[in-house]
Write a protein that binds this ligand. Sequence first.
Ligand code: PLP
Length: 459
Amino acid sequence: MNTHTPAILPNEPSNETLQEWDRVHQLHPWASMDDWQGYDNMLVDCAEGIYLWDGDGKRFIDGPGGMWCVQIGYGRGEMADAIAAQVRKLAYTSPFTNTTQPSAVLARKLAEMAPGDLNNVFFTTGGSTAVDTALRTMHFMNNRLGRPEKKIVISREKAYHGSTYLAHSVTGKEREKSRFDIEKRLVRFLPDVNPYNRPEGMSVEAWCDEKVADLEKIIAEVGADRIGAFIAEPILSSGGVIVPPPGYHKRTFDICKAHDILYISDEVVTGFGRLGHWFASEDVFGIQPDMITTAKGLTSGYLPLGACIIADHVLERCASPDDPTLFSNGYTYSAHPVSCVAALTNIEIFEREGILQHVREVTPVFQGRLRALKDRFPLVGDARGMGLLGCVDCKAPNFAAEKRLGQMIDDACEEKGLLVRPFANMAVFSPPLIITAKQIDQMFDILESALEKVSAQVA
Ligand code: PLP
């Protein structure tokens, strides 16, 4: 049990000192390079359930659920015990030459959970390496099949697939502002699929037709013989919780199948209960991808782990009995036994507590409160989401003010004890999946008072 009172021992650095060391020495992901030593990141001290406490002992509802990952909530003693027991028993062994009980059991479990013939699990260190593995598998397969030119990846504007060279290359979000090199020759991006951005007067059905036509057009332009894969998040999460129009996934999937283009479903966010199912691809969107990438909720954020789950029919095409070739992809911490135990214990908790069912039950409360914001606040241009994923997309009279709206909402929410994930003019939510209907109401009550404040500020 956490005490929630920050205990500073005599020789421990003060909160101010810690933040100073952080500012001067720690470079955070996606930091602004104009001001990387000038920003105070929140010092988080401890957490339990859906709450976390800062260094001064102030409590917050964790609206983003860490980074879309803390599905079972914080402070689970059972997770701590299972992790500690595995550390004592076997902290590490090489995945290149050995296997372990936790990794073998977890691989079997994931194969059971995944749709169709997705029976083969390659463990990685997180989401980016899972995406890398999926794309490298496509490279390997097409080289093996003697069609080395079939490598181009089709991705989408606003997609986020990770921060390795390859995963970043297929990331659409903020691409135009990146000073990192990316592999431009191997990627094509489809335009925005967000129904909110469709031209005035256009129906959602017509928008879906247009988005499907975008894919057909690019295949016609580039040539299916040069396109290896289509990579898609079922919901573009970091890009602003963009839910493509109904029917989009099935139609794009069918087009990929018709052209022998591998369909990679990036379920790093949508997997593990976020939409009330282990995976959303089949159960929510009716498709059986060729590969699924997962991470985050796989361990509920207790330890790093990712996986690329590959269909039998893909691996069969990678095999070459007459000319055996190594699949030279892998990480020192692939299938880490302690991370695999964390994932198995996480899954046990999901099953015992009926968390998937719980998500389906509280989703109407979450989505109902979310959508009501649009009617109540002229500031809110769109309030969209699915399952326990939501985004408030705001508009202001001028662009400069609009870009700051997410941060302004975050600041106003923080004052009242709620964390949100700000991004430009948006505030995004993906709370721990154990959140109750009452806590959802508390979260939206705070958000509404924050929106009142920000509406007055920008009026
Ligand atoms: N894919 C998606 C859809 C993601 O949202 C993320 C991270 O947010 C990643 C991949 C990368 O995962 P990681 O940060 O674990 O490398």
